[in-house]
Design a protein. Structure first.
Length: 195
């Protein structure tokens, strides 16, 4: 039996969590969308995770968001990695994720409902070996993390640069300049959820 949460409780009131991994991925997308205001972002996450029941209890919004953050981080302490360039994106890399789950676990994610925490744990357990036994997702991630400056052979270096360009994450490679209001909005939201 697993210890994956399915409810949160506030003042003796239980809220059912929509635990499917796709919902958590959508919450992650919403949290990173700087075109949405802080309040709307919070409401969207509350609705995605707790449905109408969460939206109907505005007195619990703050606690629901804090519990959502804990749930979405799988109960683990989150460190600020905002300075690091990500090597994976759940949405952009979903084809690689699906192929990797199929090859490593024989799980067809398209036809499977799975708790977010289980999905996250299985993601962390995908094969990743320097000896060649590596799922497609981790091969892509390893390529993205490869420092081409360490490759001495110029032809090989050019091949790696070209390959990295083909698999780069579009979402994180565009130049973004935020307005003052957008920066302030992001800071307020981060303060609300404790990031």
């Amino acid at each position: 039996m697993n210890n994956y949460p399915e409810y949160v409780e506030i003042n003796n009131k239980k809220y059912k969590i929509n635990t499917d991994f796709r919902v958590a991925i959508k919450c992650n997308e919403v949290a990173q969308d700087d075109t949405i205001g802080d309040f709307e972002r919070s409401l969207a996450i509350i609705y995605l995770l707790y449905g109408d029941e969460g939206l109907n209890h505005n007195e619990d919004y703050e606690k629901l968001i804090l519990l959502a953050k804990k749930y979405l981080s799988c109960g683990k302490e989150i460190t600020d990695n905002s300075k690091e360039k990500p090597d994976m994106d759940y949405v952009e890399d979903m084809d690689y994720i699906e192929a990797s789950f199929m090859s490593d676990y024989h799980i067809d994610l398209c036809n499977t409902q799975m708790h977010w925490w289980k999905f996250y744990n299985l993601m962390n357990g995908l094969s990743n070996s320097e000896l060649g036994n590596c799922c497609v997702l981790n091969r892509i991630r390893n390529l993205r993390n490869l420092d081409e400056k360490e490759i001495k052979d110029s032809k090989e270096r050019q091949k790696i640069i070209k390959a990295k360009k083909q698999v780069e994450l579009k979402k994180y490679n565009k130049e973004v300049s935020l307005t003052k209001e957008q920066k302030e909005s992001m800071e307020r939201f981060n303060a609300i959820v404790g990031i």
